[in-house]
Design a protein around this ligand. Structure first.
Ligand code: ADQ
Length: 430
């Protein structure tokens, strides 16, 4: 029952979105990193096309063969919004909100993982390499190895792996570990994640090979905006002395409210003068209650800060709750004097790396949570503890002063360790 592909990527989503004018590549570093490998090795990508209850035949897109997996509306609710994003996501992000454990969500998780594993087994050639991505598909390696012991199976976890104390809450902890045991290699973002996993599994039967492989960006995909666009943007914002920027999915892990509260407090103290804050927040998982609550809190803070410190025609916080095209992000990044990245917990945080990549001349400054995976490599940022408002405030004040040397060093690091190198390093290890 082997298929014809020597290299197979299995991810929750296919790397394409359907638009009015047909399929379009979705903007993600993962595709950019894997496309060359997929093209060179008769590769195939298995994933969900993004619309419930729609069967899509396998098709080729820009030289990559795509193998769609169908999910029903119930699957989206129970597997994706339920177990993946209301059980695992909060559990793996250190319980920032309380996870819910519902048996019907688990059943859907198991059944959807079976569907993905069957699809991967169908397209993989004898002895092929299969690379499974992320927390939605942790059972796939075990299921695949059972069905196809000839395959080499790798797995990469894009989000943190929690400490054993936290992980042990999960009613289906044994099953998840059993699923991951099917791997020949498990990649984590940070060594800390790897150690958490090994502490859990190490003494308990055979532990698969593990490693830390910090993911990165494709610098070609995010280019600093042109001088004149940057000038126009700053002018539209009233030519502030300091332009601060936040770019996130609207997610409770990202600490968007906390950075706004820190700015508010600095304004109260009169410690910031001539400042504009741009917060771009792309809508995310809006059917989940905690996400709606996070949005309400952020929007309330934006309104309050502008009410207190803005003037007519000149607000302090400029807030956009829509996705911004990648082509415009480079202008925001290049224009920002201070980038605010303050997650309570984050696997890596590519926004921090994108910002740094848009400042090749040492301009700008990065306020970065010590709980972001990116803090390991970008340790010359103004690091802060997002649970401590004063710590964010101090980091912001230090960032306003700038640190050219630090920005240059971080820029060199991000350019050298890009996403292509990440993929190569993992696949060589596999
Ligand atoms: P995310 O939680 O989505 O990713 P992140 O790493 O920051 O977080 O990636 C977000 C991507 O979306 C970036 O490329 C960014 O440019 C884009 N984006 C975010 N907000 C946007 C906005 N408002 N408008 C337009 N584009 C926006 C998960 C993990 C991370 C891990 C990545 C990759 O949670 O920890 O770094 O996967 O492994």
């Amino acid at each position: 029952m082997a298929g014809g592909n020597d290299f197979v990527v299995v991810a929750n989503r296919l790397p394409v979105d359907r638009t009015a004018s047909g399929w379009q590549a979705s903007p993600g570093g993962l595709v950019a990193a894997l496309a060359p490998v997929l093209r060179a090795h008769a590769g195939c990508w298995v994933g969900w096309p993004g619309e419930p209850d729609v069967d899509v035949e396998p098709f080729a897109f820009e030289g990559i063969s795509l193998h769609p997996v169908t999910l029903s509306a119930d699957d989206v609710e129970n597997f994706y919004e339920g177990f993946s994003n209301s059980s695992l996501w909060p559990l793996y992000h250190d319980l920032i909100v309380a996870p819910r454990y519902a048996p019907e969500w688990w059943d859907a998780y198991e059944s959807v993982n079976r569907t993905f594993a069957a699809a991967a087994a169908e397209v993989a050639a004898e002895g092929a390499t299969v690379w499974v991505q992320d927390y939605q598909l942790q059972l796939v390696p075990g299921l695949l190895k059972q069905a196809r012991p000839d395959l080499t199976v790798g797995f990469f976890l894009h989000i943190p792996f929690p400490s054993p104390d936290i992980f042990r809450q999960l009613p289906w902890r044994e099953e998840i570990i059993e699923g991951l045991r099917g791997c020949d290699l498990i990649g984590f973002q940070r060594e800390e994640d790897e150690q958490n996993f090994r502490a859990l599994v190490g003494g308990n039967g055979q532990c698969p090979r593990t490693g830390a492989f910090p993911i990165s960006i494709d610098p070609e995909a995010i280019r600093p905006g042109a001088r004149e666009d940057v000038d126009k943007l700053r002018e539209r914002l009233g030519n502030p002395r300091t332009l601060m920027l936040g770019v996130d999915r609207m997610d409770y892990t990202k600490g968007i409210l906390q950075r706004l509260l820190a700015v508010e407090s600095l304004l109260e103290q009169g410690a910031l003068d001539s400042v504009a804050v741009v917060q771009l927040a792309t809508p995310s998982r809006e059917r989940i209650e905690h996400y709606r609550l996070t949005r309400r809190e952020v929007e309330e803070a934006v309104g309050r800060i502008n009410g207190r410190f803005g003037t007519v025609g000149n607000p302090v916080v400029h807030y956009v709750h829509r996705p911004v095209p990648k082509s415009e992000l480079g202008t925001y990044y290049a224009a920002a004097d201070v980038m605010l990245v303050t997650p309570f917990k984050d696997g890596m945080n590519l926004v921090a790396k994108e910002y740094v990549s848009c400042h090749p001349d040492g301009s700008g400054a990065l306020v970065l949570s010590e709980f972001a995976g990116a803090a390991v490599e970008l340790n010359r940022a103004q690091l802060c503890n997002p649970f401590d408002l004063e710590s964010i405030q101090q980091a912001i004040l230090a960032a306003v002063a700038g640190d050219r040397e630090a920005m240059l060093a971080m820029h060199a690091r991000v350019m050298e360790f890009d996403v292509a190198r990440w993929a190569r390093t993992f696949l060589e290890a596999l």
